[in-house]
Design a protein around this ligand. Structure first.
Ligand code: NAI
Length: 268
């Protein structure tokens, strides 16, 4: 099979975010890091919020050294008070929050439903679902009075179709789509757009940890492109959803999976 490679990313950003303030959770790695890079190089003031402060600091330093505006902040999205504090810190510094990307997420170990320990339920739901819920509550509380903002929740292809052996992860990502649509309906009249992005297989540390040596083989058969996405290809979709170019896009769960679901299969 001839695979269509990811395009050269040395080109200029598609959309500008000058004077905008963006908060990206799970911003230190993978899709979140690519989103921070893209938004920062397109003019946004980016808050790289992550559990892993050392990696967040390293990314923010790299962006600042390249002439962009970024800062790192420690955040565990499972703690509603921490989430509120980060949003408040952002608000106090800039008196605005234009963009929020609720991206932090974890995987589960591949297991039959009956073999899945209860701890996986609370761990995965705590980060993937309650984390997004905590972020939405804090972000919308400041965006609503300002009557403006764009939020993107990172769901997954597993937010749209079932996946055996990862039922808890799949349930968490379906719930993120439900939260997204409900929040979108409630807040669109206030000028705030809430959307979700649903990536297929993306080559990130998350997937490298999960698939290990099987990554190449799985990537080849994952979709008609025959490869995993580059994190920047997902970041581009997120940035578009956050941009004024998507001003009429509300409550969508945007599938970005290299065509895996186009035929109605799970891509195998
Ligand atoms: P990653 O593991 O490379 O990055 C996730 C980041 O989230 C890490 O920096 C980690 O420190 C941070 N994080 C984890 N728990 C946190 C918490 N409680 N509070 C704050 N930060 C926390 O993962 P990747 O692949 O970039 O995934 C990002 C999102 O994309 C996740 O929500 C994941 O479910 C979703 N996704 C990933 C796909 C893939 O193939 N890589 C496919 C579909 C969805």
């Amino acid at each position: 099979m001839v695979t269509m490679a990811a395009p050269d990313r040395s080109t200029k950003p598609q959309h500008r975010f000058d004077d905008r303030v963006a908060l990206v959770t799970g911003g230190a790695s993978g899709i979140g890091a690519a989103t921070c890079e893209l938004l920062a190089h397109a003019g946004a003031q980016v808050w790289v919020a992550d559990f892993d402060l050392a990696s967040a600091l390293a990314l923010a330093d790299r962006l600042v050294a390249a002439g962009a505006q970024a800062q790192a902040i420690a955040l565990d999205v499972t703690d509603p008070q921490q989430v509120k504090n980060v949003v408040q810190a952002c608000w106090q510094r800039h008196a605005r929050l234009d963009i929020a990307v609720n991206n932090a997420g974890i995987s589960q170990s591949v297991n039959g439903l009956l073999q899945t320990p209860r701890s996986q339920w609370s761990d995965v739901m705590g980060v993937n679902l309650e984390g997004v819920w905590n972020c939405l509550q804090a972000e919308l509380a400041v965006m609503a009075p300002a009557r403006s903002g764009a939020i993107v929740n990172v769901s997954s292809r597993a937010g749209l179709v079932g996946h055996p052996q990862v039922a808890v992860y799949t349930a968490s990502k379906h719930a993120v789509v439900g939260l997204t649509r409900s929040a979108a309906l409630e807040f669109a009249p206030l000028g705030i757009r809430v959307n979700a992005v649903c990536p297929g297989l993306v080559r990130t540390p998350f997937v490298e940890r999960k698939l290990g040596e099987r990554l190449e083989e799985v990537s080849r058969s994952a979709n008609p492109l025959g490869r995993a996405a580059d994190p920047m290809e997902i970041a581009e979709s997120i940035a578009w959803l956050c941009s004024d170019a998507a001003s009429y896009v509300v409550g969508v769960a945007l599938l970005v999976d290299g065509g895996a679901l186009a035929g109605g299969s799970t891509g195998k």
